[in-house]
Design a binder for this molecule. Structure first.
Ligand code: PLP
Length: 395
């Protein structure tokens, strides 16, 4: 991993044939500080979003020392580089071997579940351990989010009432959790979910030690401008207050996207231009999965090395990736100069989240060129003032 002042300098120096992935430490620092200083509880980083060692180390250095893992490999990764960090095993359907390994070999006590069967599995594998912290994940509306998780995970209200009582009997600490869906565009999704928790608490008579409001905190894309993060935090605080609990639960959150999206860019080269379609060297089987079927629009910027001055006129383009699959198509629109051509490069921004973590080797196309850059991301919800206090944009 080399370090460059900016993406342009990197492209000039390397003139890369394969895709290159750039990471920015400063973006990670600003995002970590914003969550640490403003979220009223513990901040867990959702490892799946970007498990690069540089990302993990930078977050740890900036005060994030709790992690949300979904597999034993993610747990091993965190424990290898930071043995003292606390890892929560937050997948609701786990392999028995993984639960065993996590509990007995890595000291993991926190697990999530949404069914009686998984509860029984965890208790059996840990030999009825008395020091478990168990999180019941409830199903919640994902109507305000770009990526829906509500069909796959979560117990409904009636199941939750029943399960809450069962878990309370077995766990040292009892937690309730939800996930409003990824890239959640309205803070009210959180207070609605917290209200559902209130119903479960009331009907089960079980007060949680911890409430986990999950991930879903948004970043910004050319067509998606979220409200300031502080509005999300305020909505959560307001929602918890309204529950009027006799004992205040500890709060945790599990951001992925909002912590790391801005830190990463993908640099691609144009292999062929057919009208408004650009055939590029990375695609949906590489770091651009979310530009495919989920149809995310990412910010783009042309890098033309041959001194043709970029046309000021931006026009909408679609991308085709390098593989032989017709699904390797990214509709966009991606706005780029009208004179962009074969051989030019494009910086595609906001790919620190769900970018390099989704790469495959399909069709023989794979790049592992990852470098550090020190310039600003193409878009940002974070901005530091002159005293290095972080404020979020769009306030
Ligand atoms: C993916 C995931 C997250 C992170 O979600 P973002 O939308 O990226 O913030 C948090 N918690 C769980 C359980 C997840 O599956």
């Amino acid at each position: 991993m080399a370090k460059f002042q900016c993406v342009d300098e990197l492209v000039k120096a390397l003139q890369p044939i394969d895709p290159v992935y750039c990471l920015r430490k400063n973006s990670l620092k600003i995002a970590a500080e914003t969550f640490k200083n403003n979220f009223p509880g513990d901040v867990l980083y959702a490892v799946k979003c970007n498990p690069s060692e540089m990302v993990l180390r930078t977050l740890i250095k900036n005060g994030i020392n709790n992690f949300d893992a979904a597999s034993i490999e993610e747990i091993k990764l965190i424990k290898k580089i930071s043995p003292e960090s606390k890892v929560y095993f937050m997948h609701t359907v786990k392999k028995t071997n993984s639960i065993h390994d996590a509990y007995f070999n890595y000291g993991i006590k926190a697990f999530s579940l949404d069914s009686k069967e998984e509860l029984e599995k965890i208790l059996k594998v840990t030999k009825n351990a008395k020091d478990l912290e168990l999180f019941l994940r409830i199903q919640t509306s994902n109507e305000h989010s770009e990526i829906d998780l509500s069909q796959k995970f979560g117990a409904n209200i009636n199941e939750s009432i029943h399960l809450a009582k069962l878990i309370k009997l077995k766990a040292k600490k009892f937690g309730l959790s939800f996930h409003v869906g990824s890239q959640c565009m309205h803070p009210v999704a959180y207070s609605k979910a917290i209200k559902d928790l209130g119903t479960i608490i009331k009907k089960s008579g079980v007060i949680p030690d911890t409430i986990n409001v999950g991930g879903g905190f948004p970043t910004t894309y050319p067509d998606l401008y979220p409200q300031p993060l502080q509005n999300y935090f305020n909505e959560i605080i307001k929602g918890i207050k309204k529950l009027n609990l006799t004992k205040e639960p500890k709060l945790i959150c599990e951001p992925g996207r909002a912590l790391v999206a801005e830190s990463g860019s993908t640099i691609v080269k144009i292999e062929l231009k057919k009208k408004q379609n650009l055939y590029i060297n990375d695609g949906t089987y590489g770091s651009l999965f979310d530009a495919g079927t989920p149809k995310f629009i990412f910010p783009t910027r042309a890098i033309q090395l041959d001194n043709t001055s970029s046309s000021k006129r931006l026009t909408p383009y679609s991308f085709y990736g390098p593989t032989c699959d017709g699904l390797d198509f990214m509709k966009g629109p991606f706005m780029l100069p009208s004179n962009i051509k074969t051989g030019d490069y494009i910086e595609i921004g906001q790919l620190g989240a769900y970018g390099i973590s989704l790469r495959t080797r399909f069709n023989g196309f794979y790049s592992n060129e990852i470098h550090e850059v020190e310039d600003k991301p193409l878009m940002s919800i974070y901005e530091a003032d002159e005293n290095h206090n972080v404020k979020t944009l769009f306030a």
